[in-house]
Every structure is written in structure tokens, then in C-alpha cells.
Design a binder for this molecule. Structure first.
Ligand SMILES: *Cc1c(COP(=O)(O)O)cnc(C)c1O
Length: 486
């Protein structure tokens, strides 16, 4: 049995094999949902703080038998709720490799080199090869970093350094009414206040209306408000809608306002040639974000912000020199030869965002791209878009289904309808509840032009056309049963 402090620090070949075997079992998806057995595992897990250790083998056994089997529905092939998915093997393995061999992204290691290589690859993949990137934990922080850059640029133009001195006047951020609420939160964190965000109306397809944007900008100009950024979606969270990027880039250009594209989910959609034209204007963005942990299947905790020149991010986010960091390197003296990986921090990513300690995330993106290449991703993304289109086709054809919005990407908003049913929202809510109980195909719901929609969003590497078909069949069956039984 284990002694007070001797944590195992190796034996990974054997220990990873044990965990891997339990994970392979999990991925057969033969177990019911975690909550079905909650009394069992909750009783087992709720134990007092261990005063003495049981040793690594006991921990691995318990992970395998009492934790992993009661994991999340998110990796299931029929899961299409929210915009999240399970990691692919390449990405999970790269995560583990980095945690062991290069726990921090700084210092001149192969992992650090790959941090930058993979940012450039990702920028190329997403149609913004001229931009410079930095990784963070996900879309929330990636938006915060981008808007921090926008704030820096806008206030510097009126002679203020907001990172150093704070802001001295109200600012405005024009965002699609369909924008992700991390935009409002970012503005709160950046000291602008959530109310700095002006919601710009969308059309019935969920795309920002450029005429409404013009009106809002003109109104605020007359009031002399500092116009900080325009935020558009390349793949709205609700519907997958892509705002008219080129039209809005024109407006941003005319008024010299920072143009931010939130492509957390939808940016990789540019790989599908059938819709690539919808991304025209993207090349004029001042900042762009994408979440590798969404459509690319990375392990959760990886977002990327891209800007024209990371220098603006350094001015916005530098933590300031510290003796124990830069001081260590500077102590080498000017012009000293770099001869050890500790002699430089490499690209100072920690000054381009809000994290000092940070895992090497680029290795995950690198591994995924090495594994299947751009062509692999293109095919997967086309497959997911095809799945949304197949559901749309079924909804158009079947008298008991209604398509609520033509899909742009891999989201399809539709619902069940039946003559004589007044409250279709309630009916579809019941259908959704039953789908979740059955645990095979798991969409989420949203509202489209006031109507409750079933909303599958296909991004999982395990999800295929058969799951889209199964969803349609399940909705028809459950809807029919509910209507017959009422
Ligand atoms: C998911 C999402 C976010 C937030 O990203 P997280 O990785 O969940 O923090 C921001 N914007 C859009 C458009 C999103 O879809």
C-alpha cells in the first residue's frame, strides 16, 4: 500500500494500457446513461478525504470500474446537442504526451515549435493564412483576447492605453443579435460593461442585417461614442448562420472599426467548397477565432485567436516583466548564445492572452492534422453538412415535419407537426425529452423565429449519416406515438 508521498511518476506503458482498455469499453456505448446507475456510483464515490493513499493501481482500477463507465453522453455517435464532441484518439494522445513531456508551452522544445507551426496550419486551414495566432482555453477566452486587442487599438487611437490606465469613456461593440453571449461577458471583463454591446437585428435566416448595422453606427457617431468593434458570426451557435461578411467588412472598413469574426464553431466550414463563398470578406477581419475543440474534434480546452499583428495583444495583455521569468533569461546577457531550451521562452504566448501556465495545445492540432490532413477534415465537414441537409430534405418531404431554417452548416432546425395539435412547442419539447430518455440520438433544442426547434448540430468524428437518419425516424415515431396517445 502506498506510503505518504510516493506518487507513481512513470510506468505509463502499463497504466495507460489499463485506462485505454476501459476507454475502449466505454466507446462501445453499451452502458446506459450515467444517471441510470447514480445511486451506485454516487455511494461509491462519496467517501471522506483519504488520509492515507491506496496507490496508483487502486486509482486506475477505480477509474476503470467506477468512473469511466459513468461518463458523459457527449462522445456518443448519436450525440448532436450543443456544439461539443468527444476528442479523437490523436487529440487525446497528444494531450497526454504534452502533459508528460512538455507541461508548459514555453521554453524552446519541439512542443513549443509545434505551437507556432500548428497555429500557422490552422490559420491556413481556416482561410486566414496572413494572421498570427495564440491558443487559449476555448471560444470564451479566445473572444476575450480578440476584443482585448480591439479595445487596445481603439483606445490607443484616442491617446489612451487602456491596459495601463483603464478606459475613460464609454465604447460600443456592434454584434449580431445572434452573437454568443461570451461577447457580452468579454465586454464586462474588459471594463466596457455588458451594455456596451449593441445587438444588431438579424434577418429571418439569422444573418446580421447590414442596413441595421449602418443605422446603429450612424446614431452613435452623432453622439460621439467610441466605436470599438463589429462582431459577426461565421456559424451562429443557434442556427449555423454565417453573417454577410463581405458587406460588413465594407462597413467596418468605411468607418475604420475593428472587424471581429467569431468562427468558434463554423470557421472550418470554409473547407466545404459548396459554401466557401459565404466566407468571402473573412480575409479583411482584424481578428478571428476558431475552436479546435468543436468541429475539429480536439480535446476540450483549445481555442485559437488570430489577429494581424500579435503586438497589439502584447500591449493589451502583457503581464509585465518578472524577475523569475524574463529576468532569468536576461541574466544570460545580451547576445548570449541560445544553447539550452531554457535559454528562451520562445514566442511569448503568455503575453498575448490571460494565461501564464498553459498546456502545449498546438501538439493536439498538429496531431489531428497529421493524422487525416486537410482532405480528411474537408470530407468530415462535408459529411456533417450533408447530414444537416439530409434532415432538411426529410423535413421538407414529410408532412409531419417542418423545416424551420435552411441549414448553412451542420445545424438543422426542424420540428414535428401534426394537424389538430395546437401547442407544437410543447409537443416538440416532449419529443426532445423522449429522445434524451432513449439515449441514442441526442440533439438539443432552440427557438427559431419564436418556434421551438429540434436542433441537431453534427460535429462528432463518430457521427455518420445513419445517425441523422435515425434522428428523423425517432422524431417521426415518437411524435406519432405522442399524438396518437393524446
Ligand atoms: C461555442 C461558442 C463560443 C464559446 O466557446 P467555448 O469554447 O465554449 O468557450 C463562442 N462563440 C461561438 C459562436 C460558439 O459557438
Amino acid at each position: 500500500m502506498n506510503h505518504e508521498e510516493q506518487a507513481e511518476t512513470g510506468r505509463l506503458e502499463q497504466l495507460l494500457a489499463s485506462v485505454g482498455s476501459a476507454l475502449d469499453d466505454y466507446l462501445r456505448f453499451q452502458q446506459p446513461d450515467a444517471l441510470v446507475n447514480q445511486s451506485h456510483w454516487k455511494a461509491h464515490l462519496n467517501q471522506p478525504l483519504p488520509q492515507t493513499g491506496e496507490g496508483i493501481d487502486a486509482v486506475v482500477d477505480e477509474l476503470a470500474s467506477e468512473v469511466i463507465p459513468y461518463g458523459s453522453p457527449v462522445p456518443r455517435p448519436g450525440f448532436c446537442g450543443y456544439i461539443t464532441t468527444g476528442a479523437t484518439s490523436a487529440s487525446a494522445l497528444a494531450t497526454v504526451a504534452a502533459q508528460i513531456a512538455s507541461p508548459q508551452r514555453y521554453l524552446l522544445t519541439a512542443f513549443n515549435e509545434i505551437e507556432e507551426i500548428s497555429l500557422q496550419w490552422l490559420a491556413q486551414l481556416c482561410g486566414v493564412p496572413h494572421l498570427q495566432g495564440v491558443y487559449s482555453t476555448g471560444g470564451s477566452v479566445a473572444n476575450l483576447i480578440a476584443l482585448g486587442g480591439a479595445r487596445q487599438a481603439a483606445f490607443e487611437r484616442v491617446g489612451i492605453d487602456p491596459a495601463r490606465d483603464g478606459i475613460d469613456r464609454p465604447a460600443r461593440v456592434y454584434a449580431s443579435a445572434e452573437c454568443h453571449h461570451t461577447i457580452q461577458r468579454s465586454c464586462g471583463v474588459l471594463g466596457l460593461g455588458r451594455n456596451a454591446v449593441v445587438a444588431i437585428d438579424c434577418d429571418a435566416a439569422g444573418r446580421m442585417r447590414s442596413d441595421a448595422l449602418r443605422v446603429a453606427i450612424q446614431r452613435d457617431q452623432q453622439e460621439g461614442l467610441l466605436q470599438m468593434a463589429i462582431v459577426v458570426n461565421a456559424g451562429a451557435t443557434n442556427t449555423g448562420a454565417i453573417d454577410p461578411l463581405a458587406e460588413i467588412a465594407d462597413i467596418a472598413g468605411e468607418h475604420e472599426i475593428w472587424f471581429h469574426v467569431d468562427g468558434a464553431y463554423g470557421l472550418p466550414g470554409i473547407l466545404d467548397e459548396r459554401i466557401a463563398h459565404l466566407y468571402q470578406g473573412l480575409e479583411r477581419a482584424d481578428s478571428v477565432i476558431v475552436d479546435p475543440h468543436k468541429w475539429l474534434g480536439a480535446s476540450v480546452g483549445i481555442g485559437a485567436t488570430f489577429v494581424r499583428d500579435r503586438e497589439v495583444l502584447r500591449r493589451a495583455f502583457t503581464q509585465g516583466e518578472a524577475d523569475y521569468l524574463e529576468g532569468t533569461v536576461e541574466a544570460l546577457g545580451q547576445g548570449a548564445e541560445i544553447e539550452h531550451s531554457m535559454d528562451s521562452f520562445g514566442i511569448p504566448y503568455f503575453d498575448y492572452g490571460v494565461e501564464l501556465s498553459s498546456p502545449s495545445r498546438g501538439i493536439v492540432v498538429w496531431a489531428m492534422l497529421k493524422e487525416i490532413g486537410v482532405e480528411g477534415f474537408r470530407q468530415r465537414i462535408r459529411r456533417h453538412n450533408d447530414m444537416a441537409r439530409a434532415i432538411a430534405d426529410a423535413a421538407r418531404q414529410h408532412e409531419n415535419l417542418e423545416l424551420l431554417l435552411e441549414p448553412t452548416l451542420s445545424v438543422c432546425c426542424f420540428r414535428y407537426v401534426a394537424a389538430g395539435v395546437d401547442d407544437l412547442d410543447a409537443l416538440n419539447q416532449q419529443i426532445f425529452r423522449q429522445l434524451v430518455r432513449e439515449n441514442e440520438v441526442l440533439p438539443s433544442t432552440t427557438r427559431v423565429n419564436g418556434k421551438l426547434a429540434l436542433r441537431p448540430c453534427w460535429i462528432g468524428a463518430r457521427s455518420t449519416m445513419e445517425h441523422a437518419e435515425a434522428l428523423v425516424q425517432a422524431v417521426l415515431r415518437i411524435g406519432g406515438e405522442l399524438v396518437a396517445g393524446s
